[in-house]
Design a protein around this ligand. Structure first.
Ligand code: GLP
Length: 255
């Protein structure tokens, strides 16, 4: 893995396995430091296909090396509206299948925004409050959507947005359609942490893999910082890291 500068940003570029090991090293260090102090480590987690090999690496370290998640508290970025937890495309379900079921994390320490809510505003405020009560997010993982969204903060999401109900962009629905068996089956709304919620994390890492992400990653890292590309707000974060495979980085040729 190499570390290069793209625009004003630091990018870690390498093979997926290397990126996953580097990210897992950060999490392992945090968990162990906090455990030594008798404290909890607060992780912000993401869904999508991008983080799956990273989650596999965390599971491997738990199984083979005894890395414990008993002092981990997690908050997921977002959730589709209306599916319910048991739906196989719900982020709750994905997170348990792909990660939590395989760790020693305490179920009560896991939070995913509610998929079904009678009062989304109230539940969104409660999610923010829960993050505050936990002491804020230490380490936040992000993927990036086709138009530069983080969580479900679509184009137009302002820097001061908080956890809230949002309408999904057309591109987001089209991208999600294969997993749902058709565009008409993809929820039209979601609940997501806001841009401000994300930026308050003490460390933010964005992971991107594949050539399909190359253009948007470049815009996010080198373009104007604006709600047009919400991931661009990371440019002004004090402690942001971009973890890119060669395809997403454009092999660093534009660096
Ligand atoms: C969804 C999620 C995002 C994720 C994005 C990219 O929209 N809400 O958090 O970053 O998909 O998904 P993938 O990693 O599959 O490309």
């Amino acid at each position: 893995m190499k570390t290069i500068t793209i625009g004003t940003q630091t990018a870690h570029v390498g093979e997926t396995a290397e990126l996953c090991r580097a990210l897992a090293d950060e999490v392992e260090t945090l968990l162990k430091e906090r455990a030594a102090e008798g404290r909890l480590a607060v992780l912000g987690l993401a869904t999508g296909s991008t983080p799956l090999p990273f989650y596999d690496e965390l599971i491997r370290r738990h199984r083979e090396e005894g890395l414990s998640f008993s002092n981990a508290v997690t908050f997921n970025l977002d959730e589709y509206e209306g599916l319910g937890r048991e739906h196989e495309r719900s982020y709750w379900h994905e997170m348990w299948c792909n990660l939590f079921d395989h760790l020693d994390i305490k179920a009560e320490n896991v939070s995913v925004p509610p998929s079904v809510s009678e009062d989304p505003d109230r539940d969104a405020a409660a999610y923010e409050e829960a993050i505050r009560e936990a002491g804020g997010i230490d380490w936040q993982l992000l993927g990036i959507g086709g138009e530069g969204h983080i969580g479900f903060n679509e184009k137009g999401s302002a820097i001061d947005t908080r956890t809230r109900r949002v309408t999904l962009a057309r591109k987001t629905i089209v991208d999600a359609a294969p997993g749902f068996g058709g565009e008409d089956k993809v929820p039209t709304h979601a609940i997501t942490m806001g841009v401000a919620t994300i930026l308050e994390a003490r460390r933010v890492v964005l992971m991107a893999r594949g050539a399909s992400k190359r253009e948007i990653v470049k815009r996010a890292m080198t373009g104007e910082v604006s709600s047009e590309v919400p991931a661009s707000f990371l440019q002004n974060h004090q402690n942001a890291g971009w973890f890119l495979d060669e395809e997403a980085a454009g092999s660093g040729s534009d660096a």
